[in-house]
Design a protein around this ligand. Sequence first.
Ligand code: SAH
Length: 345
Amino acid sequence: MIDIKSYDYEELKAYFAALGEPAFRATQVYDWLHCKHATDFGQMTNLSKSLREKLAADCTIAKAEPVQILSSALDGTKKFLFRFADGNVIESVFLPYKHGNSVCISTQVGCRMGCRFCASTLDGMTRNLTAAEMLEEVYRISALTGERISNVVLMGAGEPLDNFDEVTRFLRMISDEHGAHISQRNLTLSTCGLVPEIRRLSESDYQITLAISLHAPTQEKRETLMPIARRYPLTELIPACRDYFAKTGRRLTFEYSLIDGVNDTDEDAENLCRLLKNLPCHVNLIALNPIKERNFCESGGLRPIKFKNLLEKNRINVTIRREMGRDINGACGQLRKSYVDSESS
Ligand code: SAH
């Protein structure tokens, strides 16, 4: 069976051409799938009955079934648990902002990167999500909340660049003018630092924001927090980031979660300034969200402000990110995978 929602517009045109159908069928079906969010070929009333039956016999339509929705009492954040056809369950988050609504999507079921402070990686990775499943996360949230989505961040469970082909297909499709048409400038991809894929991305012309999860200013410290640092040391990562800027002209974001006594001292701030010297970037300081399996704590008191001031003194562009959805475990690093047997539920 063909997963018809994973076909981009050009592929859909080729598919209908092969069926001997006129080209406008692709426009109609793309619109049903990606604008009207149809879940069944029976809904596609401007197609003939025989074509609908043919499509239903050949193709499936990927679907994210909501199994639980949690709403934050603090800030309007909503966390969605979605189940896919094979029973795997992933989490996505709706974040209402004044400047527009954002959806944070998962890109894999679980994660195999092993960052010490992150809940998504505790049980490893089960599988990659398809582009259609990632689109579904956005479409379902838009339908269930009745809200327009203007930004998508790939910062849920999973490492996006570990699922390069499906993730880049997703980026192309979510920004396609025939579909949701979300500007690529409103898409942010966050990576723990897979150097070959960062370089691959810089060769293409995606207009997205690339965010690097840095979390430590020295190789030694980064290795203790993020196993990936052993494979791609800072001596390779930072030059890849500089080249990314040189090639794309797009300023990078560095994410840095402040962990009490681990990476939040004045010396850490000074090392960070040295590391990022002359690299056009923005640093996002995030308060660590505690997870129960680890005893890391967030930086307390005035530490985050002091850290920020030290960066600013060195003319580094920096903000302290307001964390949302903590009370529903919907904040960074708190998303988990689970499995619901589709037979028994
Ligand atoms: N795998 C990607 C995207 C997922 S995580 C990446 O590593 O970038 C999104 C962000 O949340 C990353 O910067 C990640 O390092 C951070 N994060 C993970 N666990 C966290 C926690 N417990 N508290 C705060 N941020 C966390």
